[in-house]
Design a protein around this ligand. Structure first.
Ligand code: FMN
Length: 226
């Protein structure tokens, strides 16, 4: 069993998506053959090389982890997936002849509280698979995404992480089983009060704007309004 993972975050190794891929690796210790890549280096530089794509096509399952950007996928990831889909049919006809279509799983994470915010983006992934001859096997949408990095040293079974960890375990089970899939997409978030999350988020915006030499009033600026 082999897995290829695409980190679709423009923040690359510092991203929540990288941490979520790492957490899936910890949940699937028996899988030694991981191929990890990032869509970002190829943004605006043309398609990734055929050799890179072929190394991903060969995996039994593909895991795409990405941040929600304006209710969709980051443009750099869309470009990467377009190249992936364009090359896949020829690879499957030739090198991959006789193999079942590759199973594709996705983890979307977002800044809003509710994991269900990622529903449309996961549906986009599903339609992408249907149009490309790939086998959509299910997705996980995680709200309060940024907390995954802040909580990385907290035990996975701790209460605050538990809803996300148990969803990740269900995803891991589907991935490890030959031909396995999630019956439905799963949506979840960390176990943290909504109002406290909102307060912490607002404090973080105020902190960031000060660091950038502006005041809290500018947070409400609408420069394109007129
Ligand atoms: C350009 C941009 C657009 C975003 N759009 C959304 C959005 O529509 N909904 C949301 O909940 N979060 C949105 N976010 C927040 C990210 O999804 C969130 O910070 C995520 O945890 C980043 O994950 P990453 O570290 O893997 O890139 C957006 C962030 C950026 C930079």
């Amino acid at each position: 069993m082999t897995v290829a993972a695409i980190n679709g975050s423009p923040r690359r190794e510092k991203s929540v998506s990288a941490e979520l891929i790492h957490q899936m690796q910890l949940l699937l210790p028996e899988i030694r053959g991981w191929t990890l890549t990032s869509s970002m280096p190829w943004a605006r530089r043309g398609p990734p090389p055929v050799t890179e794509l072929a190394s991903l096509y060969r995996a039994d399952a593909l895991l795409i982890a990405f941040p929600l950007y304006v209710d969709g996928l980051p443009a750099s990831l869309v470009e990467y997936l377009e190249a992936y889909a364009a090359g896949y049919p020829a690879w499957q006809r030739e090198e991959g002849a006789g193999r079942p279509p590759q199973r594709v799983f996705a983890i979307a994470n977002c800044g809003f509280y509710e994991g269900v915010q990622n529903a449309v983006a996961l549906r986009v992934c599903q339609l992408f698979c249907q149009a490309s001859g790939l086998d959509w096997a299910g997705g996980l949408g995680i709200g309060t995404g940024g907390m995954a990095v802040g909580l990385r040293n907290v035990p996975p079974q701790a209460g605050i992480r538990r809803p996300v960890t148990s969803a990740q375990r269900r995803l891991a089970e589907a991935m490890r089983e030959p031909g396995g899939r999630l019956p439905d997409d799963i949506f979840t978030q960390h176990s943290f009060p909504w109002w406290l999350y909102k307060l912490a988020g607002e404090a973080s915006w105020r902190h960031s704007i000060k660091r950038n030499g502006l005041g809290a009033r500018q947070l409400n600026a609408r420069p394109y309004q007129n």
